[in-house]
Design a protein around this ligand. Sequence first.
Ligand code: S3P
Length: 730
Amino acid sequence: MGLGMIGGSLAAALKANGYAGRILACDRDRDEITTGLELGVIDEGGNELAPLVARSDIIVLAVPVLAMGQVFAQLVPLVDEQILTDVGSTKRRVCDAARETFGYLPANFVPGHPIAGSEKSGVVAANPALYRHHKVILTPEAGTAPTAVAAVRALWQRCGADVLEMPVDRHDQVLARTSHLPHLLAFSLVDTLARQDERLEIFRYAAGGFRDFTRIAGSDPVMWRDIFTANRSALLAALDDFEAGLSRLRTAVEQGDSDAMLGTFDRASHARHYFETLLNQTSYQTMEARQVQYRVSPGGSVNGRIRVPGDKSISHRSIMLGALASGVTEVKGFLEGEDSLATLQAFRDMGVAIEGPHQGRVTIHGVGLHGLKKPAGPIYVGNSGTAMRLFAGLLAGQAFDTELTGDASLTKRPMARVADPLRLMGAKIDTAEGGRPPLKIHGGQPLKGIHYDMPMASAQVKSCLLLAGLYAEGETRVREPAPTRDHTERMLNGFGYKVVRDGDLATLQGGGELTSAPIDVPSDISSATFFLVAAAITPGSDLLLEHVGVNPTRIGVINILKAMGADLQLENPREVGGEPVADLHIRYAPLKGIDIPLDQVPLAIDEFPALFVAAANAEGTTRLRGAEELRVKESDRIQAMADGLTVLGVDTTVYEDGIDVVGRAGDGASYGGGQVDSLGDHRIAMAFTVAALRASEPVVIDDCANVATSFPGFVALANKVGLELTEAST
Ligand code: S3P
């Protein structure tokens, strides 16, 4: 019903995508029907509703939102089993209209909203590609029939749209902010300028900025009047927030407050870039993961000289400590991966001005330990357990409340390990069931230092407590059952905040101050590992990895590979910004299976997926024990690797705290190929990529989008050194 641009595009898209049913259109305007028939987008049409309704299965109301009530009234006596849906831009109004006319919300009515449009109107503007890769939001209520929802979902999916669901009011609030408010502002700005200049002289000089900002002011005035009317309260709330922000900015301009201006523009500018890179460029964005699949050809060897991206652990900490320091911190070699970018954005949201990143350089205008401001919404830390746990400590000491959220994988990971000791320090933290995220942290709680014996060897827990300790009264002492990475302690010391190390105990005194210091982030040994293993398992390989961090608490992988017989040299060792660095030179040499020494486990905790691939190419069995922590990483890494290795034909035995991998070293390929699931775990995806070097058939790896969290540019670098890897997105 309603054969305008929106309805016409739906019909055209269905036709273009091989929809087998007949498409009947009803429109008050006979010319629209005639044009629709001429264009071939509809099969039949007319302006009398009853006969068309009687022959329909699904009725799509593509009429203006304010006309929905009248249309429902006409439909009441006519509809029976038919499924009803609509395309209105505001959903509360449409649902209320349906409820009023029918007396209840029909179970077969599925409110919908395709987030796509054009300034053009009429069926002549019908575009079969309008909905492709665009979102369609459905807002079913409790009583909506699931079969009806499934049918409407299938209809839009047929047009190439991504369909998602949300509650009615949430839809209206989201759209008020992302669509209705910008349209209102564009209309208002153009009108204001046009009135000020009767002869419209000003438009002659209008440059790109004006044109970009006001494009949407050319949209249909009647339609927008209707939308603003229908979504009044959500729009007014969005407008209030906007006016408050505008007035703050006005004051800053008036008073020449350069810091306030820079802070706002910087946050906005980076938020804009951040969302563009993070999200997939359709007009309504969610944090849904893209589906990325890797396909790796079997065989080959790796050669050359490369530099892998910056260390993830150090990158997170550089932003955190830089923000809390007084003074300006310059960071070099920052990892521009999704997780560290999320950390950076979180501090912008808490009022810290941060310039960059630009080619790994970031400038942080520190606000001091007590200078953070309450963020407007929850802090989203993506896939990163490190970020969530370190943030928990740091935020427990703030004066304001915060909420920490993350992606689907992070939402399954244990947070009681930080929430429990933080509570002992006096923090007030709520978790979801089972100690899982999201974490709600209540600000304004006085913290006191504690002595904590960690039940597991975790640098994240240690770092969390040390960060909370900055805000605590007295001494915070953390004992670790085995050495774990010490980047937090080193960086705190580098920022002039004393952390005393005494055997297995790290101690700091609360109430001090951090002073900014330059940070040079070395390449991440965890990322380098995939190439170390690639070279270690393939005859003919000779690879140099430059500027890799070789902090003694991170070099388990080097020790383990050497114990397995790898030909691996550390060249040009040096210290950069408080962290030891070297170039790693690795050449192929036959490997043998070993029992991995227990003391190396925490020092190689992130490297085991790749090390299991090394083990699969060794002679004899490699045994790992004492590694139960692997089960609570981005995936259960013991099971995920065992499952993938089984697909390739490698024998494994899984234990609660480890695995045996039976090596298959030989003259030719070590194992077969096949399709493995990375379970969205970046390190599983990269480990199986490398495994393909010794496979007899291609290896296909599913769910690889998260490689971007730790290793942007992995695919290009892998191809550069000799792997044959292609990626496909769906
Ligand atoms: C990290 C610590 C380790 C590691 C993670 C990064 C850090 O986790 O697995 O990738 O930056 O502190 P745990 O401390 O939980 O073992």
